[in-house]
Design a protein around this ligand. Structure first.
Ligand SMILES: [Mg+2]
Length: 272
């Protein structure tokens, strides 16, 4: 493998760096090696219910210290999209407070009543109540367009798979007969572009590392980037063969790939 050309890494979080509140083995060593070698990298996550500040604090608690510029979440990309094209629109959120925090950090305004909202922004809501769903339902019925941070169906939790944003979206679309107008998260080109802009490298020089064929590997394939499927999260190796999205490499976890890439040349399965 040619290690001389400069590369940048786009690294998923859930299932790649941590699972729930547990760090995946070697994740800290991975970041330390990239930092020591000054290799550009960015974390790119479909988490929309966190703000970057919250995500930075979570990583720090797990022993990984990065600047906020190294974190791009689907809430970040949603906020950038809305603040670029709909700066003065009023928003209603269905999701944990991290979403509202990220929207407000981009200068966006929340509506005081659901019926006044121009947009309903949906993400994961781990504390959702009937009242929350009903307010979102009213926003959509009163004419708010719908944007979702992502539409993943499930994510790996500490004690098994958990319902994700698709469940929140379903509650609203099924009851209002409306559709989602935009989905910001992976595998969208908006997420790929945000990561490439941050790295300042052309796609051919970027490698996506993640545990989801549908989100991470598809994003890489669509944007012409190489990819590594890690088996530390939601995907088992036997699922790869039938997938329309094929990773360039498969590795047990992020550290085994990075270690192999920069030192021994082994530790991952080279599929090129
Ligand atoms: Mg993941």
């Amino acid at each position: 493998m040619n290690n001389k050309q400069e590369v940048g890494f786009i690294i998923d979080l859930d299932g790649t760096i941590y699972a729930g509140n547990e760090l995946i083995a070697g994740a800290r060593e991975t970041v330390e090696l990239l930092q020591a070698k000054q290799i550009p990298f960015v974390f790119l996550s479909n988490r929309g219910n966190y703000s970057r500040t919250m995500c930075q604090a979570k990583l720090k608690a797990l022993g990984i210290e990065v600047s906020i510029d190294h974190i791009i979440l689907s809430s970040t990309v949603t906020a950038r999209f809305l603040s670029t094209y709909y700066k003065h629109h009023l928003l209603w959120t269905l999701g944990d407070r991290g979403l509202a925090e990220e929207l407000q950090a981009h200068g966006l305004q929340l509506a005081e009543e659901p019926e006044l909202a121009d947009w309903l922004v949906i993400t994961l809501h781990e504390h959702v109540t009937y009242h929350d769903l009903n307010q979102a339902f009213r926003a959509a019925r009163a004419g708010a367009r719908i944007i979702a941070t992502n539409q993943d169906r499930s994510f790996p939790g500490e004690d098994g798979d958990c319902i994700d944003v698709a469940g929140m979206i379903g509650a609203i679309t099924a009851t209002t007969n409306k559709n989602v107008d935009f989905v910001a998260g992976k595998p969208s080109s908006m997420m790929a572009e945000a990561a490439l802009l941050q790295l300042g490298l052309p796609p051919e020089q970027c490698i996506v590392i993640g545990d989801s064929l549908k989100s991470d590997i598809q994003l890489a394939q669509k944007a012409n980037m190489k990819s590594v499927l890690v088996l530390s999260g939601s995907t088992m190796e036997k699922q790869v063969q039938a997938s329309p999205w094929q990773p360039t490499w498969i590795a047990p976890h992020v550290w085994s790939f990075i270690q192999g890439y920069y030192t021994t040349g082994v530790g991952h399965i080279d599929r090129t």
